[in-house]
Design a binder for this molecule. Structure first.
Ligand code: SF4
Ligand code: SF4
Ligand code: FES
Length: 318
C-alpha cells in the first residue's frame, strides 16, 4: 500500500427486481484524489460485477452520476472519497440512489419523469425564419449573454428535482431544472416563442415553495430558484396563466400594500385580498374547528423590521 493510500468502507444500498432492497459493504483502497465514481468502478471491476451505477465523463459534464452520498444529493465524480471521510469522521461512506425517482437497479434510477418535465419547456432556441434561412444574423449582446450564461450550464443531472419538495406534491410544477432551462429561453432576445413559453412557465413558477434546496444541491451553481423568481416577474406584464399565478400575484400585491400602508404585515387582510371573502370565511371556520383561530386573532401585529427602507424601495418602484 502506498503511504497515502487508505482503506475505506463503502456501504451501498442495492436493489434488484428479483431480490428487492439490501445493503452491501465493500472495502476499497483510495488516495486523496480518488473520486467516488472511481471507487464504484473499482468495486465493479475488482469485486462485484453485478453492481450497477451510471457514470461517463468523470468531470461533472455529462450529468449521469447523480446519487446520494452520505445522505446528500451529489455527483459521484465531484465527490472525493477521503474528503467525505474527513467531513463525516467515519471511514464508512454510504451510497444510495437519488431520491424521488423510481429505482431500476442499485444506483440507477428512471429519469423519464425528469426528461418529460424538461421537454415541456421546449429546451432549445426557436430563432426567427430569417435567421433560419440565413437572411439575417441575430447577435446576443454581452450583457444578455452574461445574464443567461448561468442558466445555460445545466447538465441534466436531476439532483435539484430529487431534492425539491414541491415536485413531489404538485404534478403541475415543472421543477427547478426545467425552470432554469425555460427561463434561459424565455428571456433570450433571439427566441421567437415568448408567448408559448410564458404560458407554460408563469403559472408553474408560482408553485415553488422557495425552500432553496435546488440552490444548495446544484453542482453547477445554476441557482434554479433565481430563474423561478425572475419568471414570476413576467406575471404582471403577461398576466396570470392559471390558479397558482392568479393567487400568487394577488398575494404579493396584498403583502406590498399592507406593508406600504401600515408598516405591518396584516395576515387577515392579506388572506382576504388573496383568496376572496368567501374562501377566507371557510378557512376561518376550519381554523376555529382546529382551535387555531384564537391564537391567530390574539397575535399582536408587529411593525416590519426595516420598514422605512422598505417604504423607500416601494416608493421608488412606483
Ligand atoms: S426553491 Fe422551489 S424549485 Fe427549488 S427546491 Fe425549493 S420548491 Fe423546488
Ligand atoms: S439545474 Fe443543476 S442540479 Fe438541476 S439538473 Fe441542472 S445541473 Fe443538475
Ligand atoms: S460522470 Fe459525468 S457528471 Fe459525473
Amino acid at each position: 500500500m502506498k503511504e497515502l493510500d487508505k482503506e475505506v468502507k463503502v456501504k451501498v444500498k442495492r436493489f434488484s427486481e428479483e431480490k428487492g432492497t439490501w445493503w452491501q459493504e465493500y472495502t476499497v483502497k483510495v488516495d486523496k484524489y480518488t473520486q467516488m465514481t472511481e471507487v464504484l468502478k473499482r468495486i465493479k471491476e475488482e469485486q462485484d460485477p453485478t453492481l450497477s451505477y451510471r457514470a461517463s465523463c468523470h468531470m461533472a459534464v455529462c450529468g449521469s452520476c447523480g446519487m446520494r452520498i452520505n445522505g446528500a444529493p451529489r455527483l459521484a465524480c465531484r465527490t472525493i472519497a477521503l474528503e467525505e471521510v474527513d467531513r463525516t469522521g467515519s471511514d464508512t461512506i454510504v451510497v444510495e440512489p437519488m431520491d424521488g425517482y423510481p429505482v431500476l437497479k442499485d444506483l440507477v434510477v428512471d429519469l423519464t419523469d425528469f426528461y418529460n418535465r424538461m421537454y415541456k419547456v421546449k429546451p432549445r432556441l426557436h430563432p426567427s425564419e430569417d435567421v433560419l434561412k440565413g437572411k439575417s444574423e441575430h447577435r446576443l449582446k454581452p450583457e444578455d449573454q452574461s445574464r443567461l450564461w448561468k442558466f445555460a450550464q445545466c447538465i441534466w443531472c436531476g439532483l435539484c428535482v430529487s431534492s425539491c419538495p414541491a415536485v413531489r406534491i404538485d404534478v403541475e410544477f415543472l421543477g427547478p431544472a426545467a425552470h432554469a432551462k425555460g427561463y434561459r429561453f424565455l428571456s433570450d432576445p433571439r427566441d421567437t416563442s415568448f408567448e408559448e413559453r410564458a404560458k407554460v412557465l408563469i403559472d408553474s413558477a408560482w408553485r415553488c415553495t422557495y425552500c432553496y434546496m435546488c440552490y444548495e444541491v446544484c453542482p453547477r451553481d445554476i441557482e434554479p430558484v433565481e430563474a423561478i423568481k425572475l419568471t414570476r416577474t413576467y406575471t404582471t406584464k403577461f398576466g396570470p396563466t392559471g390558479d397558482a399565478s392568479s393567487f400568487g400575484e394577488r398575494h404579493s400585491k396584498a403583502v406590498e400594500e399592507s406593508i406600504a400602508e401600515t408598516g405591518m404585515l396584516q395576515g387577515g387582510k392579506v388572506y382576504v385580498k388573496t383568496y376572496g371573502l368567501v374562501n377566507s370565511l371557510i378557512s376561518m371556520i376550519e381554523l376555529m374547528k382546529d382551535g387555531k383561530a384564537t391564537k391567530l386573532i390574539m397575535e399582536r401585529q408587529k411593525k416590519v423590521r426595516g420598514i422605512d427602507e422598505l417604504r423607500k424601495l416601494l416608493g421608488e418602484k412606483q
